[in-house]
Design a protein around this ligand. Structure first.
Ligand code: PSU
Ligand code: MN
Length: 310
């Protein structure tokens, strides 16, 4: 499946899990290079790996280092990524550019899905996906197209309301992506548990999600299943409060002429400043929760396969 010259480099634990057909969960790295400040990013990256290992799955953080695509990072590689100067955000469009130049790259949801699929990984945990930007209907994240073409279960906490959420859901539908509420009937808005947007489907346990995913792919549909997991009530922020930070941040972005791939990192950093760092705690908690749920789904997907006669 992987072309012989494809520059993938597996960590030892991920290589062993692949050989033994044990569950693996992919993790993105834009959250490390662009999403959180040091040392929160490094601590978070390690916490996520521990959450996944605690559920008997193997974590595979994906990033570009040393001119290669790394699938699973050693502790020192993780540290280099978290402290790298000039790391770029790698999505479908710029893998070749980053590899040829030997750049350090944090992979976006789209970039991580592309690599994870090449590596035979079926489940991926992230915080929030990209989407359609407000006031910029042509700034549509490549994440949505990648979700439409890659058979994978992606666990997230919805999308931030820095985006146009109704438009984002419409594009997901156009792309053939099933959005599955985890123990919820509403699309969660990342820092808030609700957005007022109803979902067409929900699931309340990992085994059911695994059964849906298996059937989805068995009929030859090769899109993703997007599991949206609302963050815990204790750390959730009020929708109206987040909304006011977002309005200010969007205005600041316009005044400063921010656009393209710099937009998401700019808005996230600005909202964190405006909230006095309170959004950071929510962000960390939801990432951990998503990693745990993804690991349970990965286990549920693999276990029936082991019982089946090959
Ligand atoms: N949304 C967030 N946090 C993030 C991102 C999006 O709430 O960290 C990151 C993810 O890696 C996502 C990427 O894949 O930004 C989307 O960027 P763009 O809109 O430029 O496609
Ligand atoms: Mn964009």
């Amino acid at each position: 499946m992987i072309p012989s010259n494809f520059p993938l480099s597996f960590s030892d634990p991920v290589a062993r899990a692949r050989v033994d057909h044990r569950p693996v969960v992919a993790l993105e790295s834009t959250v490390i290079t662009h999403g959180l400040p040091y040392p929160d990013n490094l601590n978070l990256a390690r916490d996520l790996e521990n959450e996944i290992a605690g559920e008997q799955a193997t974590p595979a953080t994906i990033a570009l280092l040393d001119g290669k695509i790394q699938v699973g990072l050693t502790s020192s590689q993780l540290e280099r990524l978290a402290t790298a100067e000039g790391a770029i955000k790698v999505s479908r469009r710029n893998f070749g550019l980053a590899l040829a130049r030997g750049l350090v790259g944090g992979t976006t949801v789209a970039g991580t899905m592309h690599v994870a699929h090449q590596a035979g990984i079926q489940v991926f945990a992230t915080g929030g996906i990209g989407g359609v930007h407000r006031n910029a209907p042509f700034d549509v994240s490549n994440d949505l197209m990648e979700l439409g073409r890659t058979p994978m279960v992606v666990v997230c906490a919805g999308a931030k309301s820095i985006l146009d959420l109704p438009a984002t859901l419409e594009v997901l539908e156009t792309q053939g992506v099933l959005v599955l509420g985890y123990q919820t009937d509403e699309f969660p808005a990342f820092f808030s548990r609700t957005s007022g947007l109803a979902l067409s489907a929900r699931s309340d346990n990992p085994e059911d999600i695994a059964a849906i995913a298996r059937a989805h792919w068995q009929v030859g549909v090769d899109s993703a299943i997007l599991v949206v997991n609302p963050l815990a009530e204790e750390v959730a922020l009020d929708y109206g409060e987040v909304e006011s930070y977002i309005r200010t941040a969007l205005q600041d972005a316009e005044e400063q002429g921010v656009h393209g791939s710099s937009m998401t990192p700019y808005l996230l950093a600005r909202i964190n400043e405006l909230s006095g760092g309170r959004t950071l705690q929510a962000n960390l908690a939801l990432l951990r929760s998503n990693a745990r749920l993804a690991a349970r789904i990965a286990v549920a997907l693999v276990l029936p396969g082991l019982n089946r006669t090959m």
